[in-house]
Design a protein around this ligand. Structure first.
Ligand SMILES: Cc1ncc(COP(=O)(O)O)c(C=O)c1O
Length: 449
């Protein structure tokens, strides 16, 4: 069977067939009037239900890093489903999840040696916040309950994640549910950083704002600082040079944990297993998801430093040391997919490939500088953010039009957040396909009202 003729079992996409699925983070009414339906995928492409081959410029949603429906991963999942569909996650284990944890801990820098698995990035974020709270409490520092996030951070949609996140529309309904949270300023400043490649030169001093928050709240009340090394979902914001190192220094000096949310940055997106390695920093925890299984089976996790794990290993030996976990923590299918994905990343040198492609990618994307509506472009690793000028009085509509036109008229999946186009193709992308993305985007931008 080719991905072109993926079965849809009589599904035609008629309005009555679309009604019941309340789609996540999607304007349901608009979608259901003009749906974008995908029924197959292979390597760099999707196949739409109307029979088109569509170039995937975002690796699904920043997750299918090895490309789509790669045979070794598909086979590993199929074999695993036939051999062991599920094993209890609590009190029992299965071999593959131990192997995967060992391999991930070897990929993580320093003594980030222990992995707590979950299914989604949001779950892993909440797990990391709970680890931070419990760690301080076990150390007799129960007053350390405050978290510091950052404006324009995205940490998923759990109550913890939205509270520490800094995305306005997510926060306004539920953001205050975790008390005592404060935020660092976002690191983006267009006047100082426009059209940056890699880490912008300007902005390291913004890390010192953490000193102001420590002076305000006192370090004895602060459990952890959580940041995305490169903020993805709010528009691809690379950290200013030396900014993350400064955050590490300050948190270390004040006994505050530093959590890197690498749900997007991890597994090669920035040319290293984790962004922590690219930026030469050992945070206290790394949150991962998406690329861990190349997007094939939901899996997330938190990699934790040995010193934190060790603090938990106390109390009666018949009791769990951490009252936390999910039914599907370390699911066998996800473990099999994760191992196969790691093999593929290594065999094909996909993380190194990002380093080779990065300058070419940056040149190609920055060539859109004078295209209509473009007001800024940022690139780092195999990621790009392209800001479009918002329409007067209708912010977000130009971005939305770009996304829909790209799919319907130019056979390409892009991601937009408000008026920013975000690109993060599978790491297997060929040079010619990078040129194709630029060509198609040029046409999309020319068509925009
Ligand atoms: C940095 C970051 N953290 C957390 C999440 C939430 O992940 P999920 O959607 O799997 O819950 C995302 C999702 O894009 C993310 O980019």
């Amino acid at each position: 069977m080719s991905p072109m003729d993926a079965p849809t079992e009589g599904f035609t996409g008629a309005p009555n067939e679309l009604e019941s699925h309340w789609m996540p983070f999607t304007p349901n009414r608009s979608f259901k009037l003009a749906p974008r339906l995908i029924s197959g995928a292979k390597n760099m492409h999707y196949y739409s239900t109307d029979g088109r081959q569509v170039l995937d410029a975002v690796a699904g949603m920043w997750c299918c890093n090895a490309g789509h429906c790669r045979e070794p991963i598909v086979k590993a999942i199929q074999a695993q489903a036939a051999q062991l569909d599920y094993a209890p996650a609590f009190q029992f284990g299965h071999p593959k999840i131990f192997e995967l944890a060992s391999r991930i801990s070897l990929l993580a820098p320093g003594d980030l040696d222990y992995v707590l698995f979950g299914n989604s990035g949001s779950e892993a974020v909440d797990t990391s916040l709970k680890v931070a709270l419990a760690y301080h409490r076990l150390k007799g520092e129960g007053g350390k309950t405050r978290f510091i996030g950052r404006e324009r951070g995205y940490h998923g949609v759990g109550f913890g994640g939205i509270s520490v996140g800094g995305m306005m529309p997510n926060r306004k309904m539920f953001g205050a549910m975790l008390s005592g949270v404060d935020h660092l300023q976002a690191t983006y400043n267009r006047d100082e950083q426009a059209f940056s490649r890699g880490e912008p030169e300007w902005g390291a001093h913004l890390a010192d704002e953490l000193l102001r928050l420590i002076a305000l709240h006192d370090a004895s009340t602060i459990a952890a600082v959580i940041v995305e090394p490169v903020a993805g979902s709010t528009g691809v914001l690379a950290p200013p040079k030396a900014y993350l190192k400064r955050l590490r220094e300050i948190t270390e000096q004040h006994g505050i944990l530093l959590i890197f949310d690498e749900v997007i940055c991890g597994f090669g997106r920035l040319g290293a297993p984790f962004a922590a390695e690219r930026f030469d920093i050992v945070p206290d925890m790394i949150i991962f998801a998406k690329g861990a299984t190349s997007g094939t089976v939901p899996m997330s996790g938190v990699v934790v430093r040995k010193g934190i794990y060790d603090i938990f290993m106390q109390g009666p030996e018949h009791l769990p040391e951490f009252f936390h976990g999910y039914t599907y923590s370390g699911h066998p299918l996800a473990a099999a997919a994760g191992l196969a994905a790691l093999d593929l990343y290594r065999e094909e040198g996909l993380f190194e490939r990002v380093n080779q492609l990065e300058p070419l990618w940056a040149d190609a994307i920055h060539s859109l500088k004078s295209a209509p509506h473009v007001v800024d472009i940022r690139t780092i690793g195999l990621v790009a953010g392209i800001d479009l000028a918002p329409k007067e009085g209708a912010p977000g509509t130009r971005g939305y039009e770009a996304m829909t036109r790209a799919f319907h008229d130019h056979d390409m999946v892009i991601r937009t957040t408000a008026d920013t186009v975000a690109l993060s193709p599978p790491l297997i992308i060929e040079e010619a396909q990078i040129a194709e993305i630029v060509e198609r985007l040029t046409s999309v931008l020319a068509d925009l009202s």
